[in-house]
Design a protein around this ligand. Structure first.
Ligand SMILES: [Zn+2]
Length: 219
C-alpha cells in the first residue's frame, strides 16, 4: 500500500482537444510526477523538473528532501520523464529494460534532441524489472515507445496506475487516442484500451489524475 501525491501536474506542448495545431508547439511540456510513500520507501515516478525546482515541489508537498528518495522510476526513455536524476544522490534510478536499451543504443541521437541528457545520467539508470519496489507492478503499455510500462500500486483510494505517455491526459483516454508521434500508433491505441478496468485511478503522462471509470470510452 502506498500513499501518493502528485508533485507536478503535467501539461503538453500542444493539446488537440483544445483546438491546438499538432504541427506547432505552444508551451514547454511538463510531465506529471508522482511521489509514493509506503513500505518504508519514498519513490518518485517520472521526475519532471530541474534540481532546485524538483526539490522545492518535493519539500512543499511532503516535507522530504531529495536525499530521502530511494527510487525513481521512469515510465519511458523520453527526457521529460527522467529530468535531472543527479538531484537524487541516494536513489536507484530505474527505467523499463527495453527503453533503457533503446536509450543506450541511440544515445548520440537522443542526447542531441535533449541536450540536458548526459552520458552520466544514462549510465546511472538500471532496468526497473530488476529493482522493483515491493507493492509496485509493471504493466506493459507499448506504443508511445516500445518499452513503455505503467506502474500499478494499491492506495487508500483504490488501485492506481501511473501510465506515463500511454495516456497523455483524461481527454486522450476518453477518446481512446494516442499522441501524434510515437513508436507504433496501433500498439499505442491497443495499450490505451488494455487499461480498461485495470485501475480505479489513472495518473496520466501530462495531465491531472482521474477516475478511470469516469473517463472510460463507451464502446
Ligand atoms: Zn514521451
Amino acid at each position: 500500500m502506498y500513499q501518493w501525491h502528485v508533485l507536478t501536474i503535467g501539461h503538453l506542448s500542444r493539446n488537440k482537444f483544445w483546438g491546438e495545431d499538432e504541427k506547432q508547439s505552444y508551451r514547454m511540456p511538463l510531465c506529471t510526477c508522482t511521489l509514493l510513500q509506503g513500505n518504508g520507501l519514498n519513490i518518485l515516478i517520472d521526475p519532471s523538473l530541474p534540481g532546485e525546482e524538483m526539490a522545492e515541489a518535493l519539500f512543499n508537498n511532503s516535507g522530504l528532501r531529495p536525499e530521502d528518495i530511494q527510487y525513481t522510476y521512469s515510465t519511458h526513455f523520453h527526457y521529460d520523464h527522467q529530468v535531472d536524476l543527479k538531484t537524487f544522490p541516494n536513489a536507484v534510478c530505474c527505467m523499463p529494460r527495453v527503453d533503457l536499451e533503446e536509450l543506450r543504443a541511440n544515445f548520440a541521437m537522443i542526447s542531441g534532441i535533449w541536450t540536458a541528457l548526459t552520458r552520466e545520467q544514462a549510465d546511472r539508470l538500471v532496468p526497473a524489472e530488476d529493482h522493483l519496489a515491493p507493492g509496485l507492478t509493471m504493466v506493459p503499455l507499448p506504443g508511445h515507445t516500445e518499452g513503455l510500462h505503467g506502474y500499478l500500486f494499491d492506495a487508500p483510494e483504490g488501485r492506481v496506475i501511473c501510465t506515463g505517455d500511454s495516456v497523455m491526459t483524461q481527454e486522450f483516454y476518453r477518446a481512446g487516442e494516442c499522441y501524434f508521434f510515437g513508436w507504433n500508433m496501433e500498439r499505442a491505441i491497443a495499450s490505451i484500451r488494455s487499461l480498461r478496468g485495470k485501475a480505479d485511478i489513472i495518473v496520466p503522462g501530462h495531465g491531472q489524475a482521474f477516475l478511470e471509470k469516469a473517463y472510460a470510452r463507451q464502446d
